[in-house]
Every structure is written in C-alpha cells, then in structure tokens.
Design a protein around this ligand. Sequence first.
Ligand code: ARG
Length: 488
Amino acid sequence: MTSSNSLDRKSQAWSALFSEPMSELVQRYTASVFFDQRLWRADIEASLAHADMLHAQGIISAQDWADIQKGLAHITADIESGQFEWKLELEDVHLNIEARLTQLVGDAGKRLHTGRSRNDQVATDVRLWLRGEIDAIDALLSALQSALVEVAEQHTHTIMPGFTHLQVAQPVSFAHHLLAYVEMFARDQQRLSQVRERTNCLPLGSAALAGTTYPLDRERVARRLGMVDSHGVAQVCQNSLDAVSDRDFAIEFTSAATLCMLHISRLSEELIVWMSQNFGFIQIADRFTTGSSIMPQKKNPDVPELARGKTGRVVGHLMGLITLMKAQPLAYNKDNQEDKEPLFDTVDTLKDTLRIFAEMIGGQTHPTTGAKEGGLTVNKQRMQEAASKGYATATALADYLVKKGLPFRDAHETVAHAVKAAQASGLDLSQLPLSQLQAFHPAIAQDVFEVLSLKGSLDARQTLGGTAPSQVATQIARHRQRLANHAR
Ligand code: ARG
C-alpha cells in the first residue's frame, strides 16, 4: 500500500471541484481498499459483463471492448501473482482497478464507467462475492453433516442418557443425539440457499441512484453473471434507489450464519461437557486441544471453546449490520462501506469453524488407505453407566403400567413411589426384586425387567423420529440419500 502525505486531488476520480488536499487521516478514515480488495475478482467479472453489454448496445466500440478485456486480464494476472500495487489514495478496490486499467489501455479504461456508478458497482460486487461464499459454505455444511452421519452409523446401539434440564431423562442412542445436529445443519443449508436466491440479483444498471440515460441491457449483464433463477430468467433489481442501498442480503446472510454458529456453539458446549472428567463420554483428538502452562495433567478443549466464543463475535456482526441500516435514508450512503468487515469476518469465521468441526468429528482421510482417522473417540461404557444411573427407565415403567390398563397419571404416581424407594436403597429400578416392585402395583410381572433394561427402553421408542435403533437407521439412510442428491 502506498500513500503520500497529503493527497493530490488530480490523482482522484473527481478532481476539479476541490480546492484543498485531503489530510492523511481523512484518507485513511475514508478508504476501504485495505479490506475491500478481497472483492477484486467480482469487481473484474462485473466490469467485464458491463463492458460486454456497453459494446453490444453500441455504447462503446469493438476496439474499446477488446482493450478493456486485455487490460483486465493483465490486472487479473498481476493481482493473482501479488504484483498489483494497491494505493490508499485511490480509496477502494473499484478506483484502484479502474485507474490501473486506464494506465494500461488509455481511453477505453475511462469509458468503462459509462452508465455505471460505484454505488451499483459495489452492491453488485458484494452480491457476487457472497454468492460464491454461500456455495463454499454449503459444501462445508454437507461435509460436516456427512461426518456426523458417519459417526452416527457406528452408534445406533450406543446408549447414553438423554437429558432435559441437564438431568438424566431417558436413554437415547449416541447416533440419535448426533442426528439432532444433522437436522440443525440441514436447516442451515436450506436457509442459506434461500438467502442465495435473494442475493443473486443484479443492482448494476441502477447507476448512482436514478438509473441512467444510456440504453443499457441489464438482463444481458445479469445473464452473463449467472444472476438467473432456476428457470434461467435474469434476476435484476427493479428499483434503482433500492438496488444501490439495499443490504438486506448481507443481514439475512449474517443472520443465517449466526444461527449456524449458534448450532455449533450448542454442539461445542456438549462436547466440552462430554469430555470433562465427570462425564468421560468422549475424547477429541489431541490436535484440537491444548495443555495448561501450569497444570501438567490438563488437556483443554480449546477448539470447541473457541467456537463457542466466536459465536458471540458473529452475533455482534449481525447487530452491527442491523444497526448500520437502521433509519438510513435512501439511497446510497457512505455508511454502507461499513458492511464489508463484519460480512467478511462472518464468512471467515463460519468457514473455518465448519471445516475444523467436520475434521474434529469425522477425522481426516488417510492419504493412502483412504480410511478416516483421528475423529471422536467414544467411551460406550461410560455412556451406558451414566444412563443406568438417574432412573432413565422410569418413564418406560409408567408406559408398561399403562399397557396393563392403568391411566397414565396413576402410572406416573406409582412409578414415582417406586423411584423414591429405589433411591432410598441406592438401587436402580431394574435392581429391585420383583416382589418389591409388585408391592407398588400387582400388575407388575416378570416381563417388567425387559422394559427396565436400557436396551428395552431404547428399542421401544419406535415413533417416527424416535430413538429406537431401527428408526435411527431409517433416518441415517434418509440423510445419506439427501446429501447425495444435494451434491448432484
Ligand atoms: N467503497 C465504497 C463502498 O464500499 C464504494 C461506493 C462508494 N460510493 C460513493 N458514492 N462514495 O461503499
């Protein structure tokens, strides 16, 4: 980045009107090129689409169109190889690229901005860039879901306590628990695809705010940029004032990202609890943990903890963007330049988090054997032990009595007495002798022990979406099919 002490107005795009130079502080304060240079590829793509259309409409010559293509190819190569010199005094990505183009190809470069403003240009660039990022996030969400499904497949019979109020409630399978997260990430994916639809709409051609006097073909530009619906119909923003000022898509995206991070934070919290010594249900691979500088025995779940923390950061970005737009008058205002850093950081945070979670849960693919290794380690025995404490099968006993003819409320009451007695003698319900159980209700017979076993309780929950292994296996098959269709 180069910068002179005070800016010579002649190097700017708007020289004639101004009588004093801009101070370096104001330059730094107003410039966005430090961060918006990441939009360069979208900026060039959109400029090519605009210039192609200007040529097709007879607004610029074939020679100008050829020069613009040549110049932008040159700039692309320079940026890719790190040779491009970004200049602070040229304020943003748009003016940097345009100035260099003019330096390279002369007047054709100066004609590129015909019928265009940075207001419709930046709105187009951000939408194009975000569309690509949504596609990348979509793929990462699929990978994370696949990792969860793969682990679930191995644990349809692994019994753990299901909790409500973080108190042992009923036995569930570990697979069932993991699939709850697959549902959440599937909804995230669906939400993002809806955000993508509204993002994929063209502001360019709105010019500064009111449209332009040139005979632009906006639909041609939209088609070239892939801004079309599922039937191939060009998607063009229909009101020029709205087009240059709308940032709904950024807020919607960040909101969808926030929900996704929120899901990650819930999973993080559970992983952290599960790997604490008191639970001991799982371990995550060492490479996702760190030690303590003072306590030699410690292995801390830094990655899930950070993900939990970074959720707050994304929530903050959402609040920032909402506040940025609140009560903003039409049309473009410079406030909108502040949309970029929160949006960029949201994308970076979400992508990194999804990538790291897919690997932490599913492991890495071994380069030669192709086998997955280094994912979650599951301690089935600890899970089972925890499920056997806490009277997780009490509801099963109540259901048993209902099947013997008792009204549910009476069965509930009867079992509460049984649990109280079992607690007093420090035993599980299944450890009470039949004679003692029968004292609570004469309908209780030998077959009660099948119901009081964890496995019996699990197998019996056959409702659609329930925890019975056969149901969970059906869900696994459905998710596999869904993920395979999505990839196509
Ligand atoms: N860097 C600006 C932004 O990000 C580009 C648009 C500038 N438009 C203007 N009228 N100053 O919003």
